[in-house]
Design a protein around this ligand. Structure first.
Ligand SMILES: *[C@@H]1O[C@H](CO)[C@@H](O)[C@H](O)[C@H]1NC(C)=O
Ligand SMILES: *[C@@H]1O[C@H](CO)[C@@H](O)[C@H](O)[C@H]1NC(C)=O
Length: 313
């Protein structure tokens, strides 16, 4: 080029706890990202693949993001970074499969009354109440739909999750699924007080919520792939199910809660209500975080929108 001095960086990686040097990278391009540095580090220290690594400038500081660029960091030409092992990681797709397939199969084990769950006279029998079969269909459909969404609609970044979190999530999903299924498929289960009418209404709202949820997923996914450089917030489209965007920031969660409420009404079963409540609390927390982020990011964000429940929450 114009004969400018091309500065080359050196990066030293130390263990965050022992301060022991783990590797020394000579001749690093100043435009390298933290992601690149992780790959270089991985080449010399093959036991930690990039997703497992957290790199910091300070032993107690924040971990650096993968897209941060070396020359923009407050370091000299010899940078010292502290490494922390995040433990084994799995890709998100694997995680969702484990969670959803697990929940789905767990439910079916109870539906088919596999021996040793209920008294042996009921082993492999089926419930005389049609609502029990319907509930199983709905539950199965719900998770099959999620799996389909994971495969076809979601566009995952190459995100990963620590193994420990996965074990926790699976325990939550599988555990609750087993708990609900145990009661709904129990030989002593009693169908809803208002009989068929209650079941039909609940089925209707359940189906509406599932379609609504899918519509939201698709519109969010389209928003991400439009390839525009300007970031936008999601808005209602021609599909009436997305019109909830007039009122809330996260209609996907509103529909999800609606689906579980419908399932509660359909089965009239206390554990389902408790599960719905837990889900509602968790989703409200996520929705509020997202809602605040939208308000912060977009000056023209519609002020009538609330996080999850129109006009209320
Ligand atoms: C739900 O919608 C919000 C924004 O509307 C989005 O950020 C979030 O990722 C969605 N949740 C899932 C699990 O897709
Ligand atoms: C609805 O959306 C949530 C969050 O985006 C997602 O995790 C879930 O799979 C969907 N639930 C339903 C009711 O299909």
């Amino acid at each position: 080029g114009k004969g400018d001095v091309y500065i080359i960086f050196q990066v030293e990686v130390l263990d965050a706890t022992t301060k022991e040097q783990l590797c020394f990278l000579d001749k690093v391009d100043p435009h390298s990202t933290i992601g690149d540095i992780k790959s270089l580090f991985y080449k010399s220290c093959a036991q930690w693949y990039p997703a497992r690594q957290a790199l910091r400038l300070d032993t107690r500081g924040k971990s650096l993001r993968d897209d941060e660029i070396l020359q923009n960091l407050p370091v000299g030409t010899t940078a010292t970074m502290y490494f922390k092992d995040l433990g084994p990681q799995l890709g998100w797709t694997t995680v969702f499969f484990a969670e959803y397939i697990g929940a789905l199969l767990t439910y079916l084990v109870f539906f088919f009354r596999v021996p040793y769950i209920y008294s042996h006279t009921y082993a492999l029998t089926s419930s005389p109440h049609p609502v029990v079969t319907l509930a199983c269909v709905c539950h199965t459909f719900h998770y099959v739909k999620r799996l389909m969404e994971t495969i076809f609609v979601h566009r995952f970044s190459h995100g990963t999750m620590p193994l420990r979190t996965i074990v926790k999530n699976c325990a939550y999903y599988w555990g609750f699924s087993a708990w609900l299924a145990y009661y709904i498929n129990h030989p002593l289960y009693t169908p809803p007080s208002y009989g068929e009418l209650q079941v039909k209404y609940a089925l209707f709202t359940f189906a509406m919520c599932e379609i609504g949820n899918l519509s939201i997923h698709m519109s969010l996914s389209n928003l991400r792939t439009d390839g525009e450089l300007v970031r936008r917030f999601p808005t209602p489209t021609k599909n009436p199910f997305t019109w909830l965007f007039f009122f809330v920031s996260c209609p996907n969660y509103t529909y999800e809660v609606g689906a579980w409420l419908s399932f509660t009404v359909m089965t009239q079963c206390l554990p389902v209500a408790i599960y719905t409540l837990f889900g509602f609390i968790q989703m409200t927390i996520w929705a509020k975080v997202k809602h605040r982020a939208y308000i912060r990011e977009f000056k023209d964000y519609p002020s009538v929108r609330t996080a999850i429940i129109p006009l209320i929450l």
